[in-house]
Design a protein around this ligand. Sequence first.
Ligand SMILES: NC(=O)C1=CN([C@@H]2O[C@H](COP(=O)(O)OP(=O)(O)OC[C@H]3O[C@@H](n4cnc5c(N)ncnc54)[C@H](O)[C@@H]3O)[C@@H](O)[C@H]2O)C=CC1
Ligand SMILES: O=C(O)[C@@H]1CCC=N1
Length: 259
Amino acid sequence: MKVGIIGATGWLGSALGGGLLARGMLQPRDLLLLNRSGPRGDYHGHGDVTWAASAGELVAGSDLVVISVRPQDWPALDLRAPGRLVVSFMAGVGLARLGACAGRIVRAMPNAAAEIGRSYSPWIAGPGVTDADRAATRWLLSAIGTEDELGDEGQLDLMTAVPGSGAAYPALMAVALADYLCRNGIGEAVAWRAAEAVICDAPLVLAGRIDRAREMVDTYLGYDGTTAAGINAATAAGFGPSLQAALEAAVMKARQMDA
Ligand SMILES: NC(=O)C1=CN([C@@H]2O[C@H](COP(=O)(O)OP(=O)(O)OC[C@H]3O[C@@H](n4cnc5c(N)ncnc54)[C@H](O)[C@@H]3O)[C@@H](O)[C@H]2O)C=CC1
Ligand SMILES: O=C(O)[C@@H]1CCC=N1
């Protein structure tokens, strides 16, 4: 299998290329790369990857083409990939528009944790995608984490808003937590350490059992203590609905981008 990545030195493209190489899933020479800034002597510790000079050259040498450019860069790419499996990471560029490249299209929605091999990447197959293509998609996405095939494209917009947002909402929460501590006299370094404890470390107790999150909230409420006071205040202030409004805005944006 020869894999071509367009946008190979961007956030997700680089994570995918790095994951494929680090896991030994591809020989470096079977990885074709295209970016805007040109070939690099070192790509994730390898000098013998193949740099394409154009999208046409990349497609010609690839069995599977990954599109990892920003949605606004898609029209200018003017990709033609007849007969190829094309896996797009782009948010808000639907199967109908992607069909212009004449490939067999899969849309996948990874997230920022791809760079540590922990993305959850739901995906949707377009018309003409074969069982072998589905297996190739699962194989590809295993380089950056886990995946699930979805039933229809509308579900991918929902996933763009939720797992696609990656670390965004936890980062927003970390900023709020650290700001609160700093405003109340805690030094910045300690404030960030405290925020990290809440955002990065404590949630690990839910790893592998996230479906018990509601039970976890109820456990805290059961103490009727400090955290229960906080949860109740957050609920009264619209914590859940404000997060859901954020998700709704992201879904609407994905739909508008594709209109
Ligand atoms: N970063 C994220 O957390 C997520 C990103 N996505 C999607 O993945 C795609 C890539 O996102 P990022 O990696 O974050 O963006 P990025 O901006 O880090 O990388 C995109 C790369 O594509 C390159 N590029 C643009 N036009 C090109 C062209 N014609 N030929 C070759 N290279 C070209 C850019 O120079 C850049 O290095 C986007 O479409 C985004 O919607 C999806 C889910 C999560
Ligand atoms: O914010 C964005 O547009 C990209 C796509 C999904 C997550 N990040």
